[in-house]
Design a protein around this ligand. Structure first.
Ligand code: SF4
Length: 102
């Protein structure tokens, strides 16, 4: 078997392994700490009801990570947000970068 053919045949397997690894990593990733400098800068809270409404006038009741365009996950209690690489956010959380899911 040529190395090119072998490469083409093994590529999908490698992709599946990498994707599975990333999913496993995401599920095991630690939660964002509200005191983390980036979280604090964005006003992230694990409970949207506790968002600083005086400081973040863009907050509106009902907004949360689970309904944010950037949230990557199901309706699970936690998911991935690209603003916090390597960590997870609470589906009920909120930050000032909230963008309503289309
Ligand atoms: S950008 Fe969206 S998903 Fe990410 S922390 Fe802020 S509200 Fe949550």
């Amino acid at each position: 078997m040529s190395s090119r053919r072998h490469f083409i045949q093994t590529l999908p397997i490698a992709c599946v392994a990498v994707c599975a690894g990333r999913a496993a990593f995401a599920a095991d990733a630690p939660m964002v700490d509200e005191k983390d400098p980036q979280a604090a800068a964005l006003g992230y809270v694990a409970d949207a009801a506790k968002a600083d409404k005086a400081k973040y006038a863009n907050y509106a009741a009902g907004q949360n990570c689970g309904s944010c365009q950037l949230y990557q996950g199901k309706a699970d209690p936690k998911g991935v947000c690209p603003l916090f690489a390597g960590k997870q956010v609470a589906a009920k959380g909120w930050c000032s970068a909230f963008a309503k899911k289309a």
